[in-house]
Design a protein around this ligand. Sequence first.
Ligand code: GLP
Length: 261
Amino acid sequence: MEIVICSDAAEAGRLGAAIITALLRRKPDAVLGLATGSSPLAIYDELAARRDAGEVSFAQARGFTLDEYVGLPADHPETYHNVIRKDFVNRVDFAEDAVHGPDGLASDIPAFCSDYEAAIAAAGGVDLQILGIGTDGHIGFNEPGSSLSSRTRIKTLTKQTRIDNARFFEGDIDRVPTHCITQGLGTIMSARHVVLVASGSSKAEAVHHMAEGSVSALWPATILQHHEHVTVLLDEGAASRLQLGSYYRETYQAKPDWQGL
Ligand code: GLP
């Protein structure tokens, strides 16, 4: 796991966008794993600017989103289907139907979930997965207690996640759905490169556990310690509880340019 402590969220966004740009230049039809939430927004803003400047194209790329609420009407502005289009997909040049996501209105959810796994595999697997992290250490919507090998499935949201996400539902926790479909931890672990971004001190404890704690279902992101290529982009707040913070800073400062991220 490579940990980069950035001066602010905008720098994290620039580094994340540079990693994705380099991938698309190397492999124009790369498969991207897309995350919703506020954490990746700086990456998406930077990628949209680079696309406008003609520096990167998503015309041949494909995308799979991580998760979706169960039961929200298709035209609800907070479905992750609609959010990822507003925040990213519609701002760049993906081909029509190149980005897929879990169907929160599927009548047979288990069958949908296994079809979703099959679709990711048929696309050749995810080349680069973008991730945020919840304050309780969830990635995707893999809440504490998730099987570390889980695949795409239905999950019950924790009260903490519903409280955290109530801000998108007029501050009313009762409007936040109780269930979701999420790629599993095993699905996320199958991505070839994971780029996790976190900002603000509310994420500091989860980030500390993820990078330095014991691997445990209590902090689901800790499974990433077993992944061979993870890049973690943090601001000072999110990095504030790291035990080895100065070591990560020294390592990154001394890193030769040719090594890349
Ligand atoms: C949600 C999403 C996650 C996201 C997390 C953190 O629960 N399912 O994918 O990483 O929230 O969100 P934010 O980045 O807004 O803090």
